[in-house]
Design a protein around this ligand. Structure first.
Ligand code: DLL
Length: 424
């Protein structure tokens, strides 16, 4: 059976792809302008008319959207269809107040399933293969996204949802599950409980992980411990959920973005100017085919770069972006040094005996900021070792507090790696 889900669209030439994006962008600009007052006003303020958009490169003429565009129009103010055409919605709460809502028409659910089905096939999941879905089924897009795609890909679905880790472990073995979809931190939790129970997963071959950044070291640890191959799946509420914006293939040279559905730009986060391929900046998506709530130049806050627009060794032609290194709003600046949680993770995992659970505590005491790294480690690793290593690697001196395995809080969804604490 083919290793592509949709060979024609996954392998079309760059010229064809660009032409298709141009047509779709033109139609999209006309549609949002005609059907949505918020978009119309945004276009007018920006001095652009749908007729100005003639090809894919004209994307830069359009205004940006961001999380605030969703929040200001909560709940359905960005919708471009009649509410009676809506069939489902998902929502992410984020850290600040009003949630972001993404609603779907039948055609949007179909589009989501198509993107996810491509990801499954790219990971080596074929009809009849069993899949355990561990992200929550609910407002979070994770559970249902894995589900809709798995239905289309004709997988045998175990809709476990999150939590009840001992049961997850039992299901994995009772049903001889081949693939698992997971928020990365929760996979670590499952592995930990399995180790306590002395259980292995002889049937598991494929892990599809995402929703948060994970370092190569953690990836390697999961793969070598379980003897599986992992895939980094990317997506977000605003683009339509997990898998819509792509996944990495077995070649591991970046995330393939489904470019027939999404036009990706990397921009300078300060000026908003598009950056040349190869340069790191903010990932921005335009959803070309979504009906209910399409996004135009949505500023994700995620950090990456375009690796290549050439055909990949896997045969796919859609461009590749680097795995996400962090979010601009996660950047920590302490005493003039900038760093991201993923860099801390990468450094910690290089210290022998250090385990994957950690937290970065940002403590403020009378206006003075301190960083404390809480990390679990095997006996013998001291706070001093952690401090010394992080100083060498990251150029600042956090306090290192070492905990015994199991002492730090665990998560069944996205892990809270950074904690802010104010001490009077
Ligand atoms: O996290 C969708 C998802 C669910 C992806 C399950 C993969 C697996 P949101 O809750 O809206 O949606 O959060 C989206 O999470 O902007 C990134 O900052 C981060 N994120 C998602 N996937 C990855 C990834 C889901 N593979 C936000 N690597 C995004 C790094 C990721 N960060």
């Amino acid at each position: 059976m083919s290793r592509y889900w949709n060979e024609r669209l996954e392998t079309m030439s760059r010229d064809e792809l660009t032409a298709l994006q141009g047509e779709r962008l033109q139609a999209l600009a006309a549609r949002v302008y005609q059907r949505n007052a918020w978009y119309r006003e945004a276009f007018d303020r920006h001095g652009v008319k749908p007729g100005d958009i003639k090809c894919a490169a004209d994307i830069t003429k359009l205004p940006f959207t961001n999380k605030d565009s969703f929040r200001l129009t909560y709940p359905l103010g960005l919708a471009c269809v009649d509410n009676r055409e809506l069939r489902e919605f998902h929502m992410s709460s984020g850290s600040t107040g009003t949630p972001v809502v993404m609603a779907y028409t039948n055609s949007d659910l179909e589009q989501w399933a198509e993107c996810m089905a491509r990801c499954y096939r790219m990971a080596g999941m074929y009809p009849g293969d069993s899949l355990q879905i561990t992200p929550t089924f609910g407002l979070f897009n994770g559970g249902f996204g894995f589900f809709h795609g798995a239905r289309k890909a004709e997988l045998f679905i175990c809709p476990a949802s999150s939590g009840n880790t001992p049961r997850q472990i039992k299901l994995l073995n009772d049903f001889q599950i081949k693939g698992i979809g997971c928020v990365v931190s929760y996979m670590l939790r499952i592995m930990e409980v399995a180790e306590e129970q002395n259980v292995e997963f002889p049937h598991l071959k494929i892990g599809i992980f995402g929703a948060e950044t994970f370092s190569d070291k953690i990836r390697h640890k999961i793969e070598s411990t379980l003897g599986i191959k992992t895939y980094d799946i990317y997506g977000m509420t605003e683009t339509g959920g997990v898998g819509t914006t792509g996944m990495d293939c077995e070649v591991r040279n970046g995330i393939h973005v489904w470019e027939d559905h999404y036009l990706v730009e990397i921009i300078d986060p300060a000026s908003g100017d598009p950056l040349p391929d190869g340069q790191t900046g903010e990932v921005t998506f335009t959803s070309l085919t979504r009906e209910a709530i399409p996004v135009i130049r949505f500023r994700t806050g995620d950090i990456s770069r375009i690796i290549s627009r050439e055909r990949c060794a896997c045969g796919r032609t859609c461009l590749r972006i680097d795995r996400i290194t962090g979010r601009y709003d996660d950047m920590i600046i302490i005493k003039g040094v900038n760093f991201f949680p993923k860099q801390v993770e990468q450094a910690l995992m290089e210290i022998p005996g250090v385990l994957p659970e950690y937290q970065i505590i940002l403590e403020e005491h009378h206006g003075i900021q301190d960083v404390i790294i809480n990390v679990e480690a095997e006996a013998g690793v001291t706070g001093f070792t952690v401090e010394k290593y992080l100083k060498e690697k990251l150029g600042f001196s956090p306090r290192g507090d070492v905990f015994k395995p199991g002492e730090l809080p665990r998560s069944e969804g996205k892990a809270k790696r950074v904690v802010h604490r104010i001490i009077d």
